[in-house]
Structure formats: C-alpha cells, structure tokens
Design a protein around this ligand. Structure first.
Ligand SMILES: Nc1ncnc2c1ncn2[C@@H]1O[C@H](COP(=O)(O)OP(=O)(O)OP(=O)(O)O)[C@@H](O)[C@H]1O
Ligand SMILES: [Mg+2]
Length: 266
C-alpha cells in the first residue's frame, strides 16, 4: 500500500518552546511511544505534523471518541459484491506500512479500546487482529504518538496506569509571552504589537483558570482574534467573539474577563 496520501509535503510552521524536537527525535530513533500532554490549542497537533514532516514519515491521525471500538482502529470485514473483504483500520495501516500514528484525545476512548495498543507499545511491537486471525508485526518505521489533556481527566475517564506507563511524555503549555506573540503574529498575519496585546489578554484569562474558567484562552483563540482584526473588526469586538463568548457562558465571569481585557487594550 502506498502511503503518499499521508505524507506532509510542505513544512508546517512550528515554533519550538523547549527541547521537544530533540526529545521526539530521540524517541522516534528508538521507536518509543510518546504522549503529548497539554491544554487545548497549544500546539500538539501542529507539533506532530511538523515532526512527521521533519522525519519524512507519513502521518495517520485518528480522533478518539467514546464510541470508538477496537475495530475502528484495527479494521473489519465489510460486505462487498464478491463476499466479505477485510479492510485494515487506520492503526493497522500505520503498523503494517510504517507511519507515525497519532491518536488524538486518547482519554475519550473506552479502556477496552485503548488496550489494543498495549502489545504495540511494549517490546513486542505487534498488533493482533483477532477477527482477521492475524498478528501484524510493526513495520520498522511505525511509531505511536497520543495526545492527552490533563485538565479533562476524571476518575472514570483517565488512562489506565498500564497504558500511561508505556509512554514517554512531552509537556505542552502556553509559551513565554514573547514566543507566543511571535507565533500569533505569524499565524494570524498581524504585527507583533497587536499579538503582544492579545497575549497579555490571554494571560488575564489564564489567571481566571480555576476561578470560574476551566482553562484560559489558548494560542488558537488568540490567532482567531488576530485574524478577525486583520479582517477589519475592532480589537474589542474581535476579542469578544473569539475569546470571551466561546470560553464561558457565565455572565459574571464574562464581565470579569471583559474588565480584565479592557485594562490590556492600549
Ligand atoms: N509552538 C507553535 N508553533 C506554531 N504554531 C503554534 C504553536 N503553538 C500553537 N500554534 C498555533 O496554534 C494553533 C492550535 O494548535 P494545535 O491545533 O496544534 O493545538 P492542540 O494542542 O492540538 O489542541 P487540541 O488539544 O485542541 O487538539 C495551531 O494551528 C497553530 O496555528
Ligand atoms: Mg490537536
């Protein structure tokens, strides 16, 4: 099978914040599984796209969800005109043909689904396809990366210890202000001054984390605000619709956030 469709041809812009590129390169060299941890919109998906491009490996992305079954990952028989035909699932495609498989939001999946990755993420490096009566040894280039938002876990929704302990981890967070402003300016196409103001606004919202907000404004939200300004909207209106309104439904928190934001606008 040709994985060209999964190759990333143009460099995805990724601004490193720490040693994450070196850590991932070392992990990949050893084909160790990696967990990208961090809040929403802080660059996890962009990072794995950049790394797949950098390492010149195809990237197969799977968004995990509650109803995802092991068959959704591994594959299933489908009825076709000439009878039933086996179709590899996205995980099996990556394992068999040698891609990086990115399992996004792994905690969303049920634990009985998550365990299919266990024999792949220890020294066995195999994927047993029970329904197909086959054991697929992982291709030399296969590597598994998952994402995990530590804020969302609960007693019922968390990774099993035996899953967690198979992975290396890289922490993602909000970058230092000057770095984040450079990212926002580049991604939204705004000047650095405006990006700096947006980052200051984000910091106010991040201070409200745990005091009414589950999470502060993400880098993604700041980029949205910057793009609205570039499209001609005044900054106040842009920030309101890209940050204040999406982030909370609570009237009092919206007021508090708006007041804090006003103080940042020059
Ligand atoms: N370090 C970075 N370098 C370049 N762009 C970044 C960086 N961090 C964030 N971004 C920008 O922020 C946007 C959101 O990042 P991304 O989609 O990777 O978030 P995520 O961590 O995968 O979020 P989620 O958990 O919601 O999937 C990206 O599209 C990109 O524009
Ligand atoms: Mg993502």
């Amino acid at each position: 099978m040709n994985l060209d469709a999964y190759k990333i041809l143009a460099e995805p812009f990724y601004q490193p914040v720490g040693d994450e590129i070196a850590v991932f390169e070392a992990a990949f060299a050893e084909r160790l599984p990696v967990m990208l941890k961090g809040p929403t919109g802080c660059g996890k998906t962009r990072f794995i796209e950049h790394m797949a491009w950098r390492l010149k490996k195809p990237l197969v992305t799977v968004a995990a969800h509650e109803d995802m079954t092991a068959s959704d990952l591994a594959g299933r028989y489908l009825l076709e005109p000439d009878g039933t035909v086996w179709h590899d699932g996205p995980l099996t495609i990556a394992v068999r043909h040698g891609a990086i498989c990115y399992l996004d939001e792994i905690v969303e999946a049920r634990q009985d689904t998550t365990v299919v990755i266990h024999p792949l993420t220890d020294t066995r490096r195999i994927l047993p396809l029970e329904k197909h009566n086959e054991i697929v040894p992982a291709h030399a280039d296969f590597q598994l990366t998952i994402s995990y938002n530590p804020g969302y876990q609960s007693a019922v929704k968390d990774l099993k210890e035996s899953t967690k302990q198979r992975f290396l981890a890289i922490d993602f967070g909000y970058p230092p202000p000057a770095v984040e402003a450079a990212i926002v300016a580049r991604e939204a196409g705004t000047d650095v001054d405006l990006a700096g103001t947006l980052v200051a606004i984000a910091e106010r919202s991040r201070n409200l984390q745990g005091h009414g907000l589950d999470e502060g404004a993400s880098t993604r939200m700041l980029i949205h605000a910057g793009r609205l300004v570039r499209a001609g909207l005044p900054l106040e209106a842009a920030v309101r619709s890209s940050i204040v309104l999406p982030i909370t439904d609570n009237h009092d928190i919206r007021e508090a956030l708006s007041a804090a934001i006003e103080a940042c606008i020059p």
